[in-house]
Every structure is written in C-alpha cells, then in structure tokens.
Design a protein around this ligand. Structure first.
Ligand code: SAH
Length: 352
C-alpha cells in the first residue's frame, strides 16, 4: 500500500477503509520508515491546519486544582491506592489568583483539571465556575474533572462552564478493562461524552499513545470513535509510566508514534482543536514544537501555583514543575516563534 494514497484518501473521506484492510492502512502509516512519505503525511496535516487556524496557536491555562481522586486507574499517578502521592487541593481563592495571574499573561481560557474529589461538590464547582465567569467574562472555562451524572454536567454548564475534557482513554472494551479497575466502564465513559455534547459543551475526548496493551486494532477503534463522537477537541499524548502505579515498569509511548497520530487525527478531523501536550514535551525537549508541526494547534502551559506543581504527578519526570506561570507563558511564546508560529490572546474557540 502506498502511504501517499492512504494519506490522500484519509483526508478526502475522513476515514480508513472499513474492517481489517483499514487496520492495515493505519499500521502502514504508523510504521513506514520512508522519510519522504512520512513528511508527506506531516506536511499535509499541517497544511490542513493552516487553512483553518493559520499560524496561530491557542493557549490554555491549566490549573491542577486537586489531586485527590476516588478512582484507581491503573496508569495514573494520582490513583486512589497511591499512598506515596502527597495530596493537595486549592481553595477557591487560590484558583482565582491563578486566573488573575493567567489573565494578565494573556490567557483567555482556564482549564480546571483534577482528580474525582468528593470535596468539590457540584455546589462548590458551580461556585468556582460562576466566580471565574463573573470576573473574567471574556474567558472560557474548561472543566476536566471526570465522570459525573448528566445533572451535574448540566449544573456546571448552567453556572457558565463552556468546555469539558474527558479522554475516552481507549474505545476498545477489553483494552479499557486492562487500563481500569472493574468498577469503571467504557460504557459510562462514552455516556458521559454524549451527555456533555447534548448539553452543549465544546467536548474533548482522547487517549494515551503507547498505553500498555494498545494495538493497531485498538487505535483503529479510537480513531473511529472520534469520528463517531465528532468532538471539538482531541487530547493525545504519550503514556509515561509513573513508578508508584502497577504500570510503573512499562515502556513509555514514543514521540514518533504520537506525532504520526496527531497528523492522522488532523486529517480525519480537520477543524478539531488539537493540543501538543505536556506529556509530549516531557518525552522530548522539542516535543511540543514538533507536535505543532505535525498538525496540533493548541498548547496548555501550567498555571498551577509552584508549591503544588510537583504533586500533580500523573506520570514521572513531568516538565516545568519548578517554573512560575509567567516563565511558562514566555517560554511557550519563544518556542512557538522559533518554528514560525504565534501564540494569540484569544479564547480560541472551535472554528466550524
Ligand atoms: N480525572 C480527570 C482528569 C484526568 S488526568 C478525568 O478523569 O478526566 C488527565 C489525563 O491524563 C487522563 O485522561 C489520562 O489520559 C492522562 N494520564 C494519566 N496518567 C497518565 C500517564 N501515566 N501518562 C500519560 N498520561 C496520563
């Protein structure tokens, strides 16, 4: 199979061929060693991005506001059973301070991410969201706080939340069970994503690249699921082992495969908001720059207070844990300028 043909058809139809043949097409794109063919994939994905988003890169200020979590996801460093994690949660005042700092630095989207922490009841979450929206009315608020009931999602939305990130993690039932404890299910994860869409959020799904037991088959299912859901955002980054989890001894996902998948996702979903993630920056010093060059158009610098940064350890060796928000912000501008892109002061909504 010719890589160029597969690439062109992927863009034209938005899909791989159905069935076994499609899985082999995906495998071909993920394994070819022909540099020119690979460059074709990457450059086509970038050209598609440029047509829609130009050379502008959107920034999101990430506020990791709690690392308490009731869940026990096998891969995650803040899982319930990790007794080595030093738990913390930010107060509403601390969260508001992060937003103030962020606003002054040009952030117009705040992403509140955390474990599933019972302390943050719906009332507390709504209070935080509505305070942020009242004070920073030109900003978008994104929540990333896991699986909730439809009523809870509706309440956050009514309080002013604009977007919600909930990676589906894998669209394959068996693989899902290999990554999660028995009390969690792919069915519920998907239910959440569809509820969020129905309510009217801009929704993001996604997965880790190179998670244990991932295969061409499961990746093929991930890509098909993304097409089916039609999310506004897709977050992917390499799996990176965290030593205090059962997957502590597993291999990390690779830069190369993550970049190829970013390009593939862009070609299949031209308008999607696609971040070059911190995990990508963790496995390679220029990972995020390469992610942008492969078709990503969003970066998410950290706005969390420096005192708590190294406690939000989903995986080991996370970058930027010692830096102040301003340093991260300016570093990001420099990085994007170094490859001919520009970080913009804007909410950075989905362009349909
Ligand atoms: N509790 C929220 C936020 C989870 S953390 C939720 O359930 O959505 C955000 C993302 O980090 C997860 O969705 C997962 O894909 C990623 N992540 C967790 N552990 C990781 C690891 N070891 N390596 C790379 N990414 C990881």
């Amino acid at each position: 199979m010719k890589i160029r043909e597969i690439t062109d058809r992927l863009y034209e139809t938005g899909l791989f061929t159905a069935g076994e043949r499609g899985i082999r097409e995906l495998e071909a794109l993920l394994t070819t060693q022909e540099e020119e063919e690979l460059a074709y994939l990457r450059e086509k994905a970038r050209a598609v991005t440029n047509q829609i988003y130009g050379k502008e890169v959107y920034i999101r200020g990430l506020i990791e506001f709690t690392n308490y979590c009731k869940n026990n996801c096998i891969y995650c460093g803040i899982r319930r059973d990790n007794t080595n994690a030093q738990r913390y949660r930010l107060s509403k005042e601390q969260i508001m301070e992060c937003c103030e700092t962020g606003y002054a630095l040009g952030f117009r989207t705040f992403v509140l991410q955390g474990g599933e922490d019972a302390y943050f009841t719906d009332d507390r979450v709504c209070g935080i969201v509505s305070d942020i929206k009242a004070k920073f009315s030109d900003c978008a608020v994104t929540l990333s706080i896991g699986e909730k009931s439809k009523e809870s999602y509706q309440a956050y939305f009514d309080a002013g939340a604009d977007r919600y990130l909930l990676r589906h993690e894998t669209a394959d039932e068996q693989h899902y069970r290999q990554l999660h404890p028995p009390e969690m299910s792919l069915e519920n994860r998907k239910r959440c994503l569809y509820d969020l869409k129905e309510i009217g959020y801009q929704v993001g799904c996604g997965f880790m690249v190179g998670s244990p037991h991932q295969s061409f088959d499961t990746l093929y299912e991930d890509l098909n699921f993304i097409k089916e859901l039609e999310p506004h955002m897709v977050g992917i980054g390499p799996f990176i082992p965290q030593k205090d989890t059962p997957f502590g001894g597993e291999k990390a996902g690779t830069l190369d495969r993550t970049l190829r998948l970013l390009s593939i996702i862009r070609l299949m979903n031209p308008h999607v908001l696609l971040p070059a993630t911190t995990a990508l920056g963790t496995i390679h010093p220029q990972g995020r720059e390469m992610g942008i060059q492969a078709g990503a158009n969003v970066v998410m610098p950290n706005l969390s207070p420096v005192e708590v940064r190294d406690k939000y350890k989903l995986y080991d060796n996370k970058i930027c844990t010692g830096d102040e928000a301003a340093e991260c912000r300016h570093c990001m501008s420099r990085r994007m300028e170094s490859i001919g892109y520009r970080v913009v002061v804007a909410r950075g909504d989905f362009i349909s």
